[in-house]
Design a binder for this molecule. Structure first.
Ligand SMILES: Nc1ncnc2c1ncn2[C@@H]1O[C@H](COP(=O)(O)OP(=O)(O)O)[C@@H](O)[C@H]1O
Ligand SMILES: [Mg+2]
Length: 308
């Protein structure tokens, strides 16, 4: 049976991948022969594996073209989980517009492209409905809170400067109202394996009032049971993603990050279908659930290969 799996990380990220040790053990228990590999290791013969699972290749943020090139190469020789079209779509937060178009509640988002005038784009955004007292400026391609900043409305000049800096780097940018319920309630990140809800965590607010930006480290997280309304929005977001991408089977893994808006309704902050941290240390049994889903997917993949 084809049960040889590459768990993909990179040299710097492995030490902050707290899921990896749990997943490695759980894979072994589920009969999956898993090996930790760096996507940047030129000596790995990827075709040796039956599948390649993205876990913590987080150095991709500074190496996006190389990472996509590597994904394309791997996809040609062996199945990639999640598949490349999913990863590619999910790398860019423009996907929020696709989710909104499908009727999924998302954080209201304005998109600004390089070449646009930052001050004018900001004014137009702030004139929209429900903007609130503060706003958030962030790149559409980014991770780990990098380059995400929060500004009071009155600090429009500072916000425009940050926006202009990102645009000058050739990056697309999202403008959002700062949803301040996050200060008390945090965000809720829901984790799904094979389309089935596994567990959730609370992540505290990372954008502090003084402008400090925290990273989503382990101490920012705690176990939390997702509420019914959160489960419903997360499931709708995953369904909409699958429909948009024309997927025929549930995503092997996915994470949906929700915050509550000014009316208290859950809205999508982020959908993570590429290389999400899965907060497995916060949920007993989650690694085993994921490993079982992986084992089934591997079996299915080898059945399909044989029948070809
Ligand atoms: N519109 C918003 N309202 C409140 N907090 C936000 C908003 N956007 C981002 N944040 C905060 O910034 C963090 C990072 O933003 P996020 O959209 O998750 O980007 P990424 O994790 O890809 O860097 C979030 O976890 C949240 O704490
Ligand atoms: Mg995030």
């Amino acid at each position: 049976m084809g049960n040889h799996l590459a768990l993909v990380t990179d040299g710097a990220s492995l030490v902050i991948d707290y899921d990896m040790p749990l997943l490695l053990d759980a894979c072994q228990a589920a009969g999956v022969r898993a090996e930790i590999c760096s996507w940047q290791d030129p000596d790995i013969a990827w075709e040796r594996f039956d599948a390649v699972l993205l876990r913590s290749p987080w150095s991709y943020v500074e190496n996006l073209p190389q990472f996509l090139e590597w994904c394309e190469y791997v996809t040609d020789v062996v199945p990639l989980f999640n598949p490349l079209p999913v990863v590619r779509w999910n790398l860019d937060k423009h996907y929020l517009a696709d989710l909104a178009a499908a009727g999924v509640p998302v954080v209201p988002s304005g998109f600004v492209a390089p070449g646009e005038d930052p001050a004018a784009a900001l004014r137009a955004f702030l004139a929209g409905p429900g903007r609130g007292a503060e706003l958030v400026v962030k790149p559409t391609v980014g991770a780990y809170s990098r380059d995400v900043q929060r500004f009071p409305r009155q600090a429009a000049a500072e916000a425009a400067a940050h926006l202009g800096k990102l645009l000058d780097q050739g990056r697309h940018v999202i403008l959002q109202p700062y949803l301040d319920r996050i200060d008390q309630h945090g965000e809720t990140d829901l984790i799904y394996f094979d389309g089935v809800y596994s567990h959730a965590i609370r992540k505290r607010a990372l954008l502090l009032p003084d402008g400090t930006v925290d990273e989503p480290t382990q101490d920012a997280r705690a176990a939390r049971a997702a509420a019914e309304d959160e489960r419903a929005v997360a499931a709708a977001a995953l369904d909409a993603a699958a429909a948009h991408l024309g997927l025929r089977e549930p995503l092997l893994y996915g994470r949906v990050d929700l915050v509550r808006d000014a009316d208290g309704k859950p809205v999508v902050l982020e959908l993570e279908l590429g290389e999400p941290s899965l907060s497995m240390p916060f949920s007993e049994g989650s690694a085993a659930r994921f490993a079982r889903a992986i084992a089934e997917r591997l079996e299915e993949t080898s059945r399909k290969r044989k029948s070809r």
